[in-house]
Design a protein around this ligand. Structure first.
Ligand code: SF4
Length: 205
């Protein structure tokens, strides 16, 4: 039987964060995450408690249907699989379907699910760690949400094999304090760079 993937939404925009900020691409947002159910009543017991993404529900689509939807959003051929947690569902069949239509492929993952067999089919790997237990310890960029962590806790990630490191202030009611704290850290070192959710600043999804 043909596999179907739970997909919350597919949309074209500019990447707002991290090292590819400003780059046009299509986002495929999968439904579901292994660190939170997505329901408010479960937030207190979630392993990731500060999520602001709606990843519940959506459609069940085949790999070719997803690739068709991506290709229908005319523009530069880059697609980013995100979520929720994309590594729970992303597989070779879907990556090959996207690549078969000429797309370069990126993933934004929380890093808790190994990507092993998928690596040769991924052009870019961004890990945004939400727990200390990482199965993905190498990639193009590591993007850490700043939530008031002490400098030692941030710098611990530098031991991992990423080409660049980004610190992004937590969104929400504590934003200004988190921005101030992130800037205080960033201006006193040279390894990490600032990431902002610029898509939100300019009104893009
Ligand atoms: S890991 Fe990502 S998608 Fe999952 S709950 Fe945390 S922020 Fe949300």
């Amino acid at each position: 039987m043909t596999r179907r993937y739970a997909v919350k939404e597919i949309f074209r925009t500019l990447q707002g964060e991290g090292g590819l900020c400003g780059t046009p691409m299509v986002f495929v947002r999968f439904s579901g995450c292994n660190l939170w159910s997505g329901r408010e009543e479960d937030r207190a017991i979630a392993r990731c408690t500060f999520c602001d993404t709606d990843f519940i529900g959506g459609e069940r689509l085949t790999a070719s249907a997803i690739a068709d939807r991506v290709a229908a959003l005319d523009g530069p051929r880059m697609v980013c699989f995100t979520g929720g947690e994309p590594a729970l569902q992303l597989d070779r069949a879907l990556l090959e379907a996207a690549r078969g239509r000429g797309y370069r492929v990126a993933i934004e993952t929380n890093g808790t699910v190994a990507l092993d067999g998928l690596r040769p089919l991924l052009d870019r790997v961004c890990v945004s760690p939400k727990t200390p237990d990482l199965a993905v310890t190498a990639g193009d960029e590591l993007k850490l949400v700043y939530r008031g962590q002490p400098p030692d806790e941030i710098r611990r990630f530098e031991a991992l094999d990423f080409r660049s490191f980004f610190l992004q202030p937590e969104a929400g009611p504590r934003y200004q304090a988190m921005l101030d704290g992130a800037l205080a850290f960033l201006t006193r070192q040279s390894r990490w760079r600032l990431s902002l959710q610029t898509h939100k600043l300019v009104g893009l999804p």
